[in-house]
Design a protein around this ligand. Structure first.
Ligand code: NAP
Length: 262
């Protein structure tokens, strides 16, 4: 039987845009209680307000930079106070992204460090801090956002691919470590999805970002959010381990069908 998310606490990192913001609205529509984090607090405020309109029982937000342990500890301490004597039911480790498309030969330290900090160390830090809050034997879930980049390499993607391959292995190790707790652990690994992902990757160049999706039908943030809700609402004994989700127009990372080129 479907597990109800009504009045369950759901913590989402990277809730200021893209998948995270859409997930907040989608879990909100199930009547969940939300704890939202990201660096852009003004954008979190907007997500929280939209989530309440879509049905969230409550939606709190707080500044979070997953690349700093002190920020993560501070954020989870804040979350603990909001939850009180209740438990966390869903942790969505979504904060992350790609920075640049340089080859290894031309790579920039700042880009490499940002990718490993958010996609790898951020997942570890948030999970370590939030684990004591997660309910045991009640269908609680840790849902990590991976990528098709964690499954196959491409030129200009060495560090993003390494980071998402790291996320995949962390997810797998965590599932082994949490055996017996009843906490479910899974990863959702999307292909091309039109969010702010490419704008960040191309450092604000919107025209370059748009080209990534030219002439094809990419996934939307809502597509991924719906899947996250579906996973968390499976019966408590069901674990969705790993889910690769691609647009029909993308058969593989570099193999995209484009109806037109602009
Ligand atoms: N879109 C795609 O094609 C695609 C495909 C596969 C996987 N993914 C993965 O899906 C996740 C969400 O990406 P998206 O597509 O929704 O992109 P997005 O619209 O750029 O959203 C990324 C989110 O991550 C947050 N974030 C980034 N660094 C952070 C940090 N250090 N601390 C806290 N929050 C941070 C951002 O918030 P602030 O900037 O406000 O902090 C933002 O809310 C990422 O892990 C990404 O790698 C995306």
């Amino acid at each position: 039987m479907k597990l109800s998310l009504k009045d369950k606490w759901v913590l989402i990192t990277g809730a200021s845009s893209g998948f995270g913001a859409a997930a907040a609205r989608a879990f909100g529509a199930e009547g969940a209680k939300l704890l939202l984090g990201a660096r852009r607090v003004d954008r979190l405020r907007k997500t929280a307000s939209e989530s309440k309109k879509s049905g969230a029982t409550t939606a709190h937000f707080h500044e979070l930079d997953v690349s700093r342990t002190s920020s993560v500890e501070n954020f989870v301490g804040w979350a603990r106070k909001k939850i009180g004597r209740q438990s966390l039911h869903v942790l969505v480790n979504n904060a992350g992204g790609a920075h640049g498309v340089d080859t290894v030969a031309d790579g920039k330290d700042a880009d490499w460090e940002a990718m490993l900090q958010s996609n790898v160390l951020g997942v570890l830090r948030v999970t370590r801090a939030a684990l004591p809050l997660l309910a045991r034997d009640a269908g609680a879930s840790i849902l990590n956002l991976g990528s098709v980049a964690g499954h196959a390499a491409y030129e200009g993607g060495a560090v993003y691919c390494a980071a998402k391959a790291g996320e995949l292995q962390i997810t797998r190790a965590l599932r082994l470590e949490l055996l017996g707790t009843g906490i479910r652990v899974g990863t959702v690994d999307p292909g091309l999805a039109e969010t702010e992902f490419s704008i960040v990757r191309f450092k604000g160049d919107a025209a370059k970002a748009k080209k990534v999706y030219a002439g094809m039908n990419p996934l939307t943030a809502a597509d991924i959010a719906e899947i996250l809700v579906w996973i968390a609402s499976r019966p408590a004994h069901v674990n969705i381990d790993e889910l690769i989700v691609k647009p029909v127009d993308q058969a593989a990372i570099g193999k995209v069908f484009r109806r037109r080129t602009t």
